[in-house]
Design a protein around this ligand. Structure first.
Ligand SMILES: Nc1ncnc2c1ncn2[C@@H]1O[C@H](COP(=O)(O)OP(=O)(O)OP(=O)(O)O)[C@@H](O)[C@H]1O
Length: 277
């Protein structure tokens, strides 16, 4: 990857790891990894259980420690990105929506929107409509006022996707977004992510099942025992190929995030895709 973009916050690729080690305490799980993801790329992060995929994703969010080397996201070292937190969206592997707090779908997705607004801001009418669009995009409009805890596991994952979408992030990191999600909803999610990707938003998706998102994710990064064993076209990453290609795609111009109301997804379209929630 050539450094065609200037240094400093806001410049450079969407993700850059240089000889980076990431882990917990003083134990490196991901060790000495180099990775550059250009703005607008859509990358699958693959690998067997325990290989370090989630740790890598969490390192990009400041949720796992950078123990060595450099990790930059949207042109700034992790934790020092200027602007609102919501510039980087995250769908965690395990949901943290506690059953003890009776938060509704609207409220949880609203929190995602707040992350984009910055401190001490409140949701205005435009934000509420973005929240509604995000919920519609995952086909849960008719569950808007239901407590999230009353939804099924797959529906709760879709709420987390909507929460991330509502921030209209420039970089969207998702950890197993399709796990436990039925085929129709996976298809709907793939359609939403295709739209999001088309706006120039960078996608990094940790997954065990590339099938549902094969039309969206172009590049694969395979993590093996905390190192990258393959980086290249998704098609070449199928089991058994064992390739060691390293992507040389040019860095795309900087992404600007997207506007949910510019996406083709409408509540009706989502309902049609999903046949209800
Ligand atoms: N909070 C933590 N503290 C200490 N070690 C951890 C923590 N989270 C994960 N690990 C360890 O890091 C290693 C890699 O875990 P990680 O969750 O990154 O793998 P993964 O590739 O995402 O696996 P899976 O496909 O099962 O989700 C594992 O050995 C795990 O025990």
């Amino acid at each position: 990857m050539t450094g065609t973009q200037g240094a400093g916050p806001g410049r450079g690729p969407a993700i850059r790891l240089r000889d980076a080690s990431i882990g917990y305490g003083d134990v490196s799980i991901v060790a000495h990894v180099d990775l550059t993801v250009g703005h607008g790329e859509a990358v699958a992060v693959l690998g067997s259980n325990g290989s370090g995929k989630t740790t890598l994703a969490r390192g990009l969010l400041g949720l796992a420690a950078v123990l060595d080397g450099e990790v930059e996201v949207l042109g700034a070292p992790v934790g020092r990105l200027p602007g609102p937190r919501g510039r980087v969206g995250y769908v965690p592997q395990r949901h943290t929506v506690s059953g003890a707090v009776p938060a509704t779908v609207r409220e949880v997705v609203g929190v995602g929107r707040l992350a984009r607004l910055g401190l001490f801001r409140r949701l205005g009418p435009g934000d509420r409509s973005v929240v509604a669009d995000a919920v519609a995009a995952v086909g849960l409009s008719d569950r808007m006022n239901d407590p999230v805890a009353s939804l099924s596991g797959g529906q709760q994952r879709r709420v987390l996707v909507a929460r991330a979408l509502a921030a209209e992030p420039e970089l969207l990191i998702m950890d197993e977004p399709t796990a436990g999600v039925d085929a129709a909803s996976q298809e709907a999610l793939a359609a939403v992510l295709a739209d999001v990707s088309a706006t120039g938003t960078t996608l990094a998706v940790v997954t065990h099942e590339t099938g549902p998102l094969a039309g969206v994710l172009r590049r694969a990064v395979v993590v093996d025992h905390g190192r990258i064993s393959y980086d290249g076209p998704l098609a070449g990453a199928e089991p058994g190929t064992g390739g060691h290609h390293h992507s040389d795609d040019p860095v795309e111009p900087e992404g600007r995030g997207y506007r949910l109301d510019q996406l083709r997804v409408t509540p009706d379209a989502a309902r049609a895709r999903l046949g209800g929630s």
